[in-house]
Design a protein around this ligand. Sequence first.
Ligand code: ARG
Length: 460
Amino acid sequence: MANEMWGGRFAEGPAAIMQEINASISFDKRLADQDIRGSIAQAEMLSAQGIIDAQSAEAIIQGLKNVKAEIDAGSFTFKASLEDIHMNVEARLAEIVGKPAGRLHTARSRNDQVATDFRLYVRDSIDMIDAALKDLQQALAEKALTHAGTVMPGFTHLQSAQPVTFGHHLMAYVEMLSRDRGRFADARRRLNECPLGAAALAGTSFPIDRDRTAKALGFDRPTANSLDSVSDRDFALETLAAVSILAMHLSRFAEEIVIWTSAQFAFVKLSDKFTTGSSIMPQKRNPDAAELVRAKTGRIFGSLIGLLTVMKGLTLAYAKDMQEDKEQTFDALDSIALCIASTAGMVRDMEPDAKRLKKAASSGYATATDLADWLVRVLNMPFREAHHVTGRIVGIASAKGVDLEKLSLGEMQAVEPRITGAIFDVLGVTNSVKSRTSYGGTAPANVRMQAKKWLAKLAK
Ligand code: ARG
């Protein structure tokens, strides 16, 4: 049987395999809500412009609401023979309201329709991501405030570098997420133009009011070029790029959680809520959620590269290739939502082991820079020379197998006679972090201030 929506010049229906490759309903049914919102805006506008009569418009709008109710209730039957969400909705509308339904598809095409639906979907997703990111920032800043003074080793090259605080480390992610939110907001601003009314590619001869439909759907304005309107998927690409950078950030934190929860580090503990056991090794508590956050980055990057590749080299205007924009975008958006929520859960759940962190911070001569800085500050030694003197003192401590603060004054004076007992004030890790008061530094007072500033901002 020929397609009931567009089969006028077709004698036969499609081959089974043609339907299978062509139909998108299995995945674009997720656009049902956006599709119906778009159609209601279209019907209202057509009526206001006198393009269709008010009675038909009313019947259409009521019918669309009924279709939406059926979909929400799960009683709607999606048909692959009707290809996609647009034709499934319209066909059901015709069954419900009869003839007037045929007037809905005036001055539009599935090309501008799908572009509109997909923009609305991506925009809705951006709004949800932003709310979830805000929640994650809140979780991080709260934990950071609690642990503003919890000393831990700071790393470069994953080698003990200088002591920092646990709160400071968490606040680093608050900053990253704030840039992520900026990227989403930026993408949303450019996304927020309405393609509806571009029709198939050339615009329409009907006296439509594109400002009206744009406004009704919450867009800032209509898109300016009809060809671009139906060909553009930048909004999805930009969003996937922002999702990818965010996923990269979350994967770094996830990796740290995996390392921190290992028995060898044991910096933090996750409760049973965020770990799993092993079926053979009873001692195991695996940080599966963190591992999966780390891993989902792969499919998210894949979605970005996948869609870029679909769009590459496509001539204007619409081509069916563009139907391949949805699944990977949906998958990336689903994945990132899971990743953000799981990370927030782990942050709230995690308990740092303050004693162990402090001990780890004290080993590895992490206050060597403090010693060198003291020599510069108090003895007015050039930093390069101080670096050298400190290196020799570290060598002595290392040979003895003790921390810097465990050396006697005499042992240090053997290297540099002008060193006094005051040196011990800077050799402990607590004093070390306390002294890092430069703007953006790890001093607990700084961290407390930053965390409070963020919490106040996020509460607004
Ligand atoms: N299902 C199609 C898509 O997702 C809708 C647009 C179809 N347009 C067309 N000219 N066949 O892209």
